[in-house]
Write a protein that binds this ligand. Structure first.
Ligand code: GLA
Length: 383
């Protein structure tokens, strides 16, 4: 990973000012955007995911104590916790993501060292690009570097997910942490959440991935995410399966009418979305534009009418993306309910696309969106 000198200077200066000595270890972990596979991860299905160049950096120095003391450059705040405390504090805070990782690593029997650290993230917060997973995976990498042990990246991802599930209290799947730990420069990943295997998927040249941020914030811990998950588990149970991944489209068609209406809609979306993951992986590799357009449109249609995770700003953004020059296809990203969306765009048209989406979306909503291309970045590691 090539360091960005300006960002490095900013962090190094803040570190020296705050802690009186330079950092000894630098780690980073990327955010992600899912290209296909909304909410398939906790149903143990497939996801096509892209680790992005927007990432979280932590500069650290061991402080020979049992305390982790952090400063966030993004938030302008300090926070700390003790490695001897394994309970979540009563008042939730951003450092809980790091504290949760420490607890999960310690449960695994890994020795941890206290450190001073400065955190800087270029992943926008609460916008569906996994800023929390980037923080967790960067923190795990700092503990690894200072603790004199190494763990396999897949285990690191699972422990970071455990931190978020058990300590932070968000019942997310493995998608975000897996992408942040397992990313490979230049490739999307086709992740199978049942066995945590993955393969690299190269996107045909001439096709770019562009993030379109609606700038409407979403809260993942909100009840909707958990409700969708329960509905999926209910559906799988009524169909006699351990998870929706085990239900084939034919088996679902035959028994759909036995399910409560809203449960049936959620299940149909997941079962169809899982199949679209493999289809999009093929279409992106071969560069079949019509198939990319069709698959992404079907995914968004399901997100609106079956899974019901499309907030009004997402409808405006979808209209803006589909009307812009160079667009090949577009859909939701992350958990939905606002935040970022994703478009596939002819590389030669990125500037025109971005300008047109900006104008169209700001005129329709009165909100200024942010639009930028992303490329696949390496997973969590030392800088
Ligand atoms: C969030 C969760 C992920 C996944 C997505 C939806 O990002 O953290 O585990 O469920 O939503 O696909």
């Amino acid at each position: 990973m090539k360091p960005d000198p300006q960002r490095r200077d900013l962090i190094a200066t803040a570190f020296l000012t705050r802690f009186g000595a330079p950092p000894t270890v630098w780690c980073r972990a990327p955010g992600r955007v899912d290209l296909m596979g909304s909410h398939t991860d906790y149903n143990l299905g497939a996801v096509l995911t892209l680790p992005i160049g927007r990432d979280t950096w932590i500069a650290a120095r061991p402080n020979h104590s049992n305390e982790v003391k952090l400063h966030s450059l993004n938030l302008g705040t300090d926070a700390a916790f003790s490695l001897d405390v394994s309970e979540k504090p009563a008042v939730p805070a951003w450092i809980d993501y790091v504290h949760g990782v420490a607890v999960a690593l310690q449960e695994e029997g890994l020795p941890l060292a206290g450190f001073d650290g400065v955190v800087h993230s270029s992943v926008p917060l609460s916008s569906g690009l996994s800023s929390s997973a980037a923080l967790e995976c960067a923190a795990a990498t700092v503990f690894e570097a200072l603790g004199d042990w190494t763990i396999a990246p897949v285990l690191k991802a699972r422990l970071c997910q455990r931190a978020e599930n058990r300590f932070v209290g968000v019942n997310c799947g493995i998608l975000d942490q897996f992408t942040s730990c397992m990313g490979q420069e230049g490739c999307a990943l086709l992740l199978d959440c049942r066995d945590l295997s993955s393969r690299a998927v190269a996107i045909a040249s001439g096709i770019s991935v562009v993030i379109c941020d609606t700038k409407s914030k979403r809260e993942l811990a909100g009840s909707e995410y958990g409700e969708r998950r329960v509905e999926c588990e209910t559906g799988a149970g009524l169909l006699g399966a351990s998870c929706l991944r085990e239900v084939t489209p034919a088996a679902f068609d035959a028994r759909e009418s036995e399910l409560p209406a809203s449960v049936a809609k959620r299940c149909r979306f997941i079962i169809e979305e899982h199949a679209r993951v493999y289809a999009l992986a093929t279409a992106l590799t071969t560069g079949e534009r019509p198939a990319i357009g069709r698959l992404t449109a079907a995914s968004f249609d399901g997100a609106c009418h079956l899974y019901q995770i499309a907030a009004p700003p997402m409808l405006s953004m979808m209209a803006a993306m589909l009307a812009a020059p160079g667009v090949i296809g577009a859909r939701q990203a992350g958990a939905g309910f606002g935040g970022c969306m994703v478009a596939f765009v002819e590389t030669g048209f990125i500037d025109e696309f971005a300008a047109a989406v900006w104008t169209h979306y700001s005129a329709a909503t009165g909100t200024q969106p942010e639009i930028y291309p992303v490329t696949a970045a390496a997973g969590a590691g030392l800088i």
